[in-house]
Write a protein that binds this ligand. Structure first.
Ligand code: FES
Length: 106
């Protein structure tokens, strides 16, 4: 699917994200090297670091937040109403057109 990711320098990237590889949004960002190694996905996708926080800019339907994501976002910095943890968003075909911006590094 085609999605748009705005990196931490404000540069917009239109990329193809696979939906058949059980990849989450954090892993997609890493695979395209849109954030330097060591600044995203620090906890390995366990909803325990918030380094994968992003702001959802499109009205794309996304899975509901689970308790661990809610808990992490309640403690993280720079959290907005549209914040999500990228590692908790598994890429699916319904997410065509998703647009997100990476939150600043903490
Ligand atoms: Fe740590 Fe997502 S990678 S919370």
């Amino acid at each position: 699917i085609n999605i748009t990711i705005i990196d931490r320098d404000g540069v917009s990237h239109s990329i193809e994200a696979p939906t058949d590889m059980a990849m989450n949004l954090m892993e997609v960002v890493r695979s395209y090297e849109l954030a330097p190694e060591g600044t995203i996905g620090i906890c390995g996708g366990m909803a325990m670091c918030a380094s994968c926080q992003c702001y959802v800019l499109s009205d794309t339907p996304l899975p509901e937040k689970q308790d661990d994501e809610e808990a992490m976002l309640s403690e993280a910095f720079n959290v907005k109403d549209n914040s999500r943890l990228g590692c908790q968003i598994q890429m699916t075909p319904e997410m065509e057109g998703l647009k997100v911006e990476l939150a600043p590094e903490e």
